[in-house]
Design a protein around this ligand. Structure first.
Ligand code: HAM
Length: 416
């Protein structure tokens, strides 16, 4: 038997109602904020990601599915959407005649990571990007929309962590200070953090290693390095979040794993996820569009992992009922009545009921058993006797009550 690739998962029919539920809520919420969907190809030229996410990030360094195609071009399965979306926005000149471009997306993404709970090699994200506003209102709109979705899904136990990476100048000051501090404790750091210190020192702050954590505890605080402009932006974001009565925790060690961020960064975390506790994250990226060949345009956005949302939903006890009930099961095991049964079935489907019937000519008993298995609310039994009187038996499967009903009257009954 051929098995699926490690770190990939089939979404089985028994699980699909959760996906549909989440997708439905995404479309519902994004619509109320005026966001429109944008879809890009699953793969892009490799430079779309290497240029934007950063050569020294784990994603670009270790995790991309990159290959040379038959024409000799290096292409990459998208590890995230932001860079590809910006490629499309620039290429299609989408910012041309609109003051704020609001876009969202849902789809599969690929990262060659070590698979574990909530971490896959093919996973799915929902995300949104708000393009063209440099102002804190945009950061807050994005955070509020992400938060609204989380709440609409029935998720109440989570934390929103927020931080500011400041503008380029603030970040350069902080990087210098941090490097100096970390260098003075170099020998206490893990090998991985020692390497990061050389290539991407801010990422050391993200380390989960317990020895690294002790060093990080006394590291300089990025918020102390913010210049006036950066401080003003962050304070306005916080004030607006307060106005919106949203709970948050300021986390100065939150740096995120992609290089394109500036100013606001944030993450949504849940206790029910284990080591991979972030189920959503994002931030502002004012330089990316210019870097990708567009006119200088500020932007802010976020993405959430759908598999992680599902893990959280599964951990909630009094969850929304997502069971997939059939309205009506039509039972018939008399060959000469198959045509009648088919007509009844089709008429009910015409009225938007979910109707199934047996296709394997099984016994009456097996069909009734299957009606139970489908959690059918009603059964319609098409039998010789009743048909001679132009009627069928309708059985309410929850109460077990049944009655003989004229076929012509079936369209007057509500099967709910
Ligand atoms: P990210 O933090 O790399 O951000 O990914 C966002 C979310 O995708 C994570 O919080 C997590 O839920 C999910 N995720 C990431 N990797 C995996 C994986 N291997 N398996 C399962 N789920 C995963 C970004 O991708 C940015 N593009 C977000 C953004 C949008 N920033 C601005 N705009």
């Amino acid at each position: 038997m051929i098995q699926s690739v490690r770190g990939t998962k089939d979404t089985l029919p028994s699980e699909i109602s959760k996906w549909h539920f989440i997708e439905e809520k995404i479309r519902e919420v994004t619509k109320t904020y005026g966001y429109k969907e944008l879809r890009t190809p699953i793969f892009e030229k490799t430079e779309v990601f290497s240029r934007s996410i950063g050569e020294n990030t784990d994603i670009v360094n270790k995790e991309m599915y990159t290959f040379t195609d038959k024409g000799g071009e290096s292409v990459t399965l998208r590890p995230e959407q932001t860079a590809a979306l910006i490629r499309s926005v620039v290429q299609n000149n989408l910012t041309h005649d609109i003051s704020n471009l609001r876009l969202y997306y849902i789809g599969p993404y690929f990262r060659y990571e070590r698979p574990q709970k909530g971490r896959l090699r093919q996973f799915h994200q929902f995300g949104a990007e708000c393009i063209s506003s440099p102002n804190p209102e945009a950061d807050v709109e994005i955070i509020l929309m992400a938060n609204k979705l989380i709440n609409r899904l029935g998720i109440n136990q989570y934390t929103l962590e927020i931080n500011s990476l400041g503008n380029d100048a603030s970040r350069a000051t902080f990087r210098k200070e941090l490097t100096q501090y970390l260098n003075s404790h170099r020998e206490k750091l893990s090998v991985e953090s020692q390497n990061r210190l050389l290539t991407n020192p801010l990422r050391v702050l993200d380390s989960k290693d317990s020895n690294d954590r002790k060093v990080i505890e006394n590291a300089p605080n990025i918020l102390d390095s913010l210049d006036e402009e950066s401080k003003k932006h962050f304070e306005s974001v916080i004030k607006l979040l307060d106005t919106a009565k949203l709970d948050y925790k300021i986390e100065p060690n939150l740096v995120r794993g992609l290089d394109y961020y500036c100013h606001t960064v944030f993450e949504f975390k849940s206790n029910s996820l284990g080591a991979q506790d972030a189920f959503g994250g994002g931030g502002r990226y004012d330089k990316l569009i210019e870097q990708m060949g567009g006119k200088p345009t500020p932007a802010v956005g976020f993405a959430m992992g759908i598999e992680r949302l599902i893990l959280i939903l599964d951990s909630i006890e009094d969850n929304v009922d997502l069971s997939d009930k059939t309205d009506i099961y039509v039972v018939c095991n008399d060959e000469k009545l198959f045509g009648v049964s088919l007509q009844i079935t089709e008429k009910l489907r015409e009225k938007n009921y979910k109707v199934v019937s047996d296709l394997n000519r099984r016994s009456f008993k097996s069909q009734m058993r299957e009606a139970d298995k489908f959690s059918s609310k009603f059964c319609i039994i098409v039998g010789d006797d009743e048909y001679s009187r132009n009627s069928v038996i309708v059985k309410n499967m929850q109460t077990s009550e049944q009655a003989e009903i004229a076929i012509d009257l079936l369209n007057t009954i509500t099967f709910k």
